[in-house]
Write a protein that binds this ligand. Sequence first.
Ligand SMILES: *Cc1c(COP(=O)(O)O)cnc(C)c1O
Length: 375
Amino acid sequence: MQFIDLKAQYQALKSEIDANIQSVLDSAQFIGGSYVKELETQLAAFVGRRHCITCANGTDALQIAFMIAGIGEGDAVFCPDMTFISSTEPAKMLGAASIFCDITPDTYNLAPASLERQIRAVLAEGRLIPKAVIAVDILGNPCDYDAIAPICEQYGLTLIEDAAQSFGASYKARKACSFGHIATTSFFPAKPLGCYGDGGAVFTDDDEADNLCRSICVHGKGPGGKYDNVRIGMNSRLDHLQAAILLPKLKALREYELDARQTVAERYNAAFAGKLVTPFVAEGYTSAWAQYALLARDGTQRDKIVAHLTEKGIPNMIYYPTPQHALPVFQKEPAYGETFKNANDYCARTFSLPMHPYLTEEEQQTVINAVLEAL
Ligand SMILES: *Cc1c(COP(=O)(O)O)cnc(C)c1O
């Protein structure tokens, strides 16, 4: 059994993927190319944005977003404590401070009340300039944008959606990647829409941000092309081969994979209701189910379940064992007295089970039985 079964997905899509790969090989166009253009058009249409710009990976996409937002030395970037380091790592590289906020106890996403407390604390201290909020749709479930967007507006902050885990999710009929001034995603193989290497994308409705993004991605190119460099940029692009692979995968995601993930999640929910804390997806939200995470009673019970699963050969993961504020690299970031109660609690109790659209009912029953045995 696989935690995420990319082999089963490839078998299902083999003829289309192989044909696309072959046509890239025949064209001998490896950088840029028609599949990249076609993919950007389809991605923008799918999420409901005016512009999609593909790039080399999800971390680059975030760095580009931070560069568009003009983030640098002396700026504060606000971020949920429960995420992957990529959410603020590029902002740190640009000289900003990562200001972590607690998560909500039910969705595990950025808690609007903690965000507002941290913004006020930064303003009261007067040392850093609040610049941007990076809202992470953790585990595939979108953030509470109706609460977060007005806070960003009130304090004049750029809202960036980190949709690396939530491609395909939706909130009140709007798709993930459509929130904030800029949204970013990742096509790392294990994400809901993954390629066969690294890839990422930036989304925006703002024409100026689109132009700036396309310049940053190509060494800060100017109107005269790539040897007319007008700013310091990056070298960040999605390969033609990766775009060729992503097109049939996007079609499968749209046509049946999201539904299949939902079915798997519902079966787990039914099996574990009342026994463990099952994921909470509020009314009006659809998760992309990048991960299926449960909370045990406490850390001791979690460790016992995980040990039993491992002993039975059932793949399992912990997303994430350590909240951002407790990582060695962020020990010196200002916390302004925030205790990160919910993030600490979540990290101690969480564990994730195999979750992908090709998980059979039989395989899933094996996982469920093993978890119930451990209880
Ligand atoms: C995976 C991930 C990223 C980074 O994506 P890469 O393509 O691996 O660089 C950023 N943010 C979150 C929340 C992620 O899970």
